[in-house]
Design a protein around this ligand. Structure first.
Ligand code: DX5
Ligand code: ZN
Length: 236
């Protein structure tokens, strides 16, 4: 679909017993990216998947595989995720002492590099890497689990990052993750997000195609060429 917005189901909320089927169903419903959450039980209080699961998803997927590493000092794991088929790898600003080096390590493999900010992390921390990063992911929950409530205090940060990104003239994807669904998608889109990671709202919707259509309908007023039907005003 020709849209400025990307829909990225997070398989964290999928049925892991039928993962191949879930990935194909998400793509048939109109997903642009598949988001894969890697948790180390240390940076976040939960454990999830490793490169073998990413490889299994890569075998059945035809989408961009967006791998979100919730891992303390992840550089030693990056080669395994590249080899497994990741197209974009996200690392947390809070987890990397040497952020430029990690971004360069990812990009040297031909993979897109994303930096991720926790809800309480100031946007200034990613400003020094705006000249090189490919994607910025703003967490709208504290990472570790699906199904948490959206943290509205992250909205001004999205807006600030949108301004800085536009000023660079670079094509940096601005994405959001956590508590995104039909009730929150307009708020994050208005503030400048362009890619939406959705776990529980997507996979618990019952009908993925209907859900994607409903999300696209919410986003339609914010597509560049559509007639603006009185878009809602900014509110944090
Ligand atoms: C949370 C993960 C998210 C998670 C989002 O730590 O990074 O990707 O799947 O789940 P929802 O959309 O349910 O908040
Ligand atoms: Zn995630």
């Amino acid at each position: 679909m020709n849209s400025r917005f990307k829909i990225a189901p997070s398989i964290l909320s999928a049925d892991f017993g039928q993962l191949a089927h879930e990935v194909r169903a998400a793509e048939q419903a109109g997903a642009d990216w598949i988001h894969l959450d890697v948790m180390d039980g240390h940076f976040v209080p939960n454990l999830t998947i490793g490169p073998d699961v990413v490889r299994a998803v890569a075998r059945v997927s035809r989408s961009v595989l967006d791998v979100h590493l919730m891992v303390h000092e992840p550089s030693h794991l990056i080669p395994s995720f590249v080899e497994a088929g990741a197209h974009c790898i996200g690392v947390h600003v809070e987890a990397c002492a040497h952020l430029h080096r990690v971004i360069q390590q990812i990009q040297a493999t031909g993979t897109r590099a994303c930096v991720v900010l926790n809800p309480a992390t100031a946007p200034e921390l990613v400003r020094p890497v705006l000249p090189l990063v490919d994607q910025i992911l703003v967490m709208t929950v504290n990472p570790g689990f699906g199904g948490q409530s959206f943290i509205r205090e992250a909205l001004p940060k999205i807006q600030q990052l949108r301004q800085w990104i536009d000023a660079t003239g670079r094509d940096i994807d601005l994405s959001v993750d956590g508590g995104i669904g039909l009730d929150t998608i307009e708020d994050v889109a208005i503030h400048g997000a362009r890619a939406f990671i959705m776990g529980s709202a997507f996979f618990k919707s019952g009908d993925y195609k209907r859900f994607v259509d409903a999300i696209r309908q919410k986003l339609a007023p914010y597509e560049p060429k559509s007639a603006p039907p009185a878009p809602r005003t900014l509110s944090a």
